[in-house]
Design a protein around this ligand. Structure first.
Ligand code: MF3
Ligand code: CO
Length: 249
């Protein structure tokens, strides 16, 4: 069942998104060579607290942190660690889901440490473009498959891989709600999109093969061919006028 949110729920989600976006704004200033992903997670945790944002990740299926921080060939669900020290050239994806007054926003951004490699830069640009194309399809009357197909088309046009094993999702009181929003699919397939629905849309793309595996820690998702991966995510609500992104300024 896909929940339809009322005005009050949407207002709370928008507030969650606004505050979460503020936290991300601080990240570009601290993502420097030498910092550990554990330190980044600690900073995010204190910034969430300052804003009355409650982490939806800490405690989720035993997860112990407020963010997932995924470096280079790690696609998603990288666990913050004192042993992961960022260095020049790294591509870092930070993913945070938090609630305000019981309603969630979910967001991920990709950052470069130092000067990015040309291919890496292109990969991130395509991930962002795919996210925008997917979001643009989240309008009343379309189907979920319109979002999936738009993302897939944009990514494959550039010859990059689209990860199949993980997906975007509905969002509201819970971090993960119906429907599942795959990053591949056919326009016209899946449930009809209606005003009041809210989605977290999150393309996960690779420079090489799209296949991934989960590390022995049961969380870290890596590309099988060790190729570079990008991931970006926004939360949107569906309005009469179309999608409204709540995780951007
Ligand atoms: N926020 C993520 C998502 O988009 C990842 C959740 S995994 C967690 O679904 F355990 F860390 F919460
Ligand atoms: Co998500």
């Amino acid at each position: 069942m896909i929940a339809i949110k009322n005005k009050d729920s949407i207002r709370k989600m928008e507030r969650a998104g606004q505050l979460l976006q503020e936290v991300f704004c601080l990240l570009s200033g601290i993502l420097k060579p030498g910092i550990t992903t554990f330190e980044i997670d600690c900073l995010i945790e204190s910034e969430l607290k300052k804003r009355d944002l409650k982490s939806k990740m800490k405690g989720y299926m035993g997860y112990a942190h407020v963010s997932c921080i995924s470096v280079n060939e790690v696609v998603v669900h990288g666990i913050p660690s004192k042993h992961i020290i960022l260095k020049s050239g790294d591509l870092v994806k930070v993913d945070v889901c938090a609630s305000w007054s019981g309603y969630c926003a979910d967001m991920a951004r990709a950052y470069f440490i130092g000067t990015p490699d040309k291919k890496a830069l292109q990969l991130v640009e395509v991930a962002k473009k795919a996210l925008d194309k997917g979001i643009a399809q989240a309008k009343p009357g379309n189907r979920i498959g319109h979002i999936s197909a738009a993302i897939q088309k944009e990514v494959e046009k550039h010859g990059f891989g689209v990860v199949r094993d993980f997906a975007g999702h509905g969002i509201g009181r819970q971090m993960h709600e119906d429907p599942e929003i795959l990053n591949v699919g056919k326009a016209g397939a899946g449930p009809v999109i209606q005003v009041g629905m809210a989605f977290a849309i999150e393309p996960m793309i690779t420079l090489g093969d799209y296949r991934v595996f989960v590390e022995k820690d049961n969380w870290t998702v890596k590309t099988r061919d060790n190729s570079l991966a990008a991931h970006v995510e926004d939360t949107i609500v569906v309005t009469l006028d179309g999608p409204k992104v709540i995780t951007r300024a």
